[in-house]
Design a protein around this ligand. Structure first.
Ligand code: PRP
Ligand code: URA
Length: 209
């Protein structure tokens, strides 16, 4: 079974409180989502393998560590996942970015896929799927289905706020996927929104409501 980790570092918790506040405007919301994602990426990348390389410092020859493993792909689930791409890119600038477009039907809460564009070698990459919200789990499950259908196997899912219902569903459908979240909230309301949550992540990031 993959990992499930709530990243409760004080800086992450503090910043999450800023974006949960309904009075937080689009500019600050976007900036703080970026900062939280960068803080999370630091720990999500903790198990990236290293290898030894020989280098020469200004003083002496030495053996030092460099990243060894698979190359990375960041895959945001559109739209809201876009807000989490730069935070990871700041730490892993060589990562390629794939996009999966997904929207939830407001009535049925069923996800609908409308766009998939991935790096050609996605099956050889360590993949970070990013989406601020894990609610029913429908969108993340379908996005990871789409990745696996194309040969991807090494997948981590990174979100900001998760509902217990979504965590359970995602772990049941994709038990191999590690899940990282900044918060595990209480429940989903009758409209499929996470309580207390932070509202509609896409609308808050892009100012569309
Ligand atoms: C939101 C969010 C997730 C999804 C989570 O996207 O960004 O993708 O809902 O809900 P689920 O776990 O129940 O599937 P939304 O469908 O609102 O699309 P948007 O990002 O384009 O606003
Ligand atoms: N999608 C969101 O953007 N917010 C929620 O609370 C649930 C799904």
């Amino acid at each position: 079974m993959g990992k499930f980790q709530v990243m409760d570092h004080p800086l992450i918790q503090h910043k999450l409180t800023i974006i949960r506040d309904k009075n937080c405007g689009t500019k600050v919301f976007r900036e703080v989502v970026d900062e939280i994602t960068m803080l999370m990426a630091y720990d999500v990348a903790r198990d990236m393998p290293l290898k030894d390389v020989e280098i020469e410092t200004p003083i002496a020859k030495t053996t030092s560590k460099t990243l060894a493993g698979k190359k990375v792909a960041i895959v945001p689930i559109l739209r809201a996942g876009i807000g989490m791409v730069d935070g990871i890119m700041k730490l892993i600038p060589a990562a390629k970015v794939g996009h999966i477009g997904m929207y939830r039907d407001e009535k049925t809460l069923e996800p609908h896929e409308y766009f998939v564009k991935l790096p050609a070698d996605i099956n050889q990459r360590q993949i970070f799927v990013v989406d601020p919200m894990l609610a029913t789990g429908g969108s993340s499950i379908m996005a990871i289905d789409a990745l696996k259908k194309r040969g991807a196997s090494n997948i981590k899912f990174v979100c900001l706020v998760a509902a217990p219902e979504g965590v359970k569903a995602l772990r049941a459908k994709h038990p191999d996927v590690d899940i990282y979240t900044a918060a595990l909230d209480d429940h989903l309301n009758e409209n499929g929104y996470i309580v207390p949550g932070l509202g509609d992540a896409g609308d808050r990031l892009f100012g569309t409501k």
